[in-house]
Design a protein around this ligand. Structure first.
Ligand SMILES: C[S@@+](CC[C@H](N)C(=O)[O-])C[C@H]1O[C@@H](n2cnc3c(N)ncnc32)[C@H](O)[C@@H]1O
Length: 270
């Protein structure tokens, strides 16, 4: 199982939690017919990480009953110590089965790590209570200069034979994919996208952002610290021209994200 660094991840906690907040507020509108405040709702945060998205849910749905699930022991340990009051589960979402239903199944920036998203979404739909809401955000940045710099650098340097199996590790899908998967479930589906323009502390900030998420699997393949440092520096150099330094030394980092919600009408299952 991949190792996550909660501290490095939370260095950009505000930026990473922003789509969670936008999605949770949309889910609250969809659930408002059931409760004004969120009290009494049962909520699953799938891939809760260090608990930042769970904390967003606690704020938007006060009085709800929260469960955070993640496959990383490091992330769940951070969630237990720094997250809100919740039940915390260490489990792989791909083989986890729930013995109860939830009113809101929420997942922020997680599904891209899962190969068979169709099967997972079908199972999550079955785990949703009647009238419940499935609310998901996934990154849509496979064509970003930063990701392209990672792929180009990985394919061309002395390390190019070290990365077998990584080509398909992160599964990016476009909005139409999620429409096609969700529509047969019979609920009310809504898909949209947003580009966030984050301000990062120069090219070091850009690299730190990526070391905490998408670049991790590549770095884990390089056992030699000197080679890892050389790889990071080569990615930085390759990406830099696409992110010009501003007068104050910062860079603008556009990050496209895809969102979807599906509301379950009574008695509907895939
Ligand atoms: C980018 S973080 C998102 C954390 C948090 N939800 C947020 O909004 O910032 C992705 C999380 O998904 C978890 N994850 C990846 N694959 C998973 C799987 N198969 N089952 C459960 N969690 C998984 C990782 O351990 C990591 O904590």
């Amino acid at each position: 199982m991949a190792i996550w660094d909660p501290d490095l991840y939370l260095k950009f906690g505000a930026e990473r939690s922003r789509p969670a907040l936008d999605l949770a507020q949309r889910a609250r509108i969809l659930l408002s017919a059931r409760t004004e405040t969120g009290a009494g709702l049962s909520i699953l945060d799938l891939g809760c990480g260090p608990g930042n998205s769970t904390a967003v849910l606690a704020g938007v749905f006060p009085g709800s009953s929260l469960t955070g699930l993640d496959s990383s022991g490091e992330m769940i340990a951070a969630a237990r110590s720094g997250g809100p009051a919740a039940s915390w589960i260490i489990a792989d979402a791909t083989d986890w089965r729930s013995d109860r239903s939830f009113d809101l199944i929420f997942s922020n920036a997680v599904l891209q790590w899962i190969a068979d998203q169709e099967t997972l979404l079908g199972r999550l739909w079955s785990t949703l209570a009647d009238g419940g809401v499935l609310a998901v955000q996934v990154p849509g940045n496979s064509l970003s200069p930063l990701h392209r710099a990672l792929r180009t650098t990985a394919a061309n340097g002395p390390w190019r034979n070290e990365f077998s199996g990584l080509d398909d590790l992160i599964r990016y899908h476009e909005p139409d994919f999620y429409h096609e998967v969700l529509a047969p479930f019979g609920g009310t589906v809504d898909v949209w996208e947003t580009t966030y323009w984050h301000v990062l502390a120069g090219h070091d900030g850009l690299i730190d952002w990526y070391r905490g998420t998408g670049m991790r699997p590549w770095l884990e393949k390089l056992a030699d610290p000197a080679e890892r440092a050389a790889f990071i520096s080569a990615v930085r150099e390759e990406a830099a021209p696409a992110y010009p330094l501003r007068a104050d030394g910062s860079v603008l980092f556009p990050f496209r994200r895809i969102f979807f919600t599906a509301v379950k009408s009574t008695g509907v299952n895939p």
